[in-house]
Design a binder for this molecule. Sequence first.
Ligand SMILES: [Zn+2]
Length: 114
Amino acid sequence: MHELSLIASLFEILEEKARDERAKKIVLVKLKVGKLAGAVPEFLETAFNIYKDGTIAREAILEIEEVPLKIRCRKCQAIAERDDFVFVCPACGSTDLETLEGTELLLEKMDLEV
Ligand SMILES: [Zn+2]
């Protein structure tokens, strides 16, 4: 499961930050997951819950915000959001598109208890 390795690297960041802040525990973790990030939110959540056992984040709640795919047409410069994976400009029908958002997996926020 790809999500497990993503969560493993996430935990390295979380634990380092928590150490820096001298936190007792992590209470909330918020992730921003792009539609094209290659991670399924449900799997991320499962992986998170498996992984958090015995860590500083064992009581943490995971929140996931899904980021839609945002594209820009190189031909007519139109910007559009897409929920599906149809890579066609809605304005002119061109397939020469650039991805602006939707490929990222970001740690948006974490709440600590010090
Ligand atoms: Zn276009």
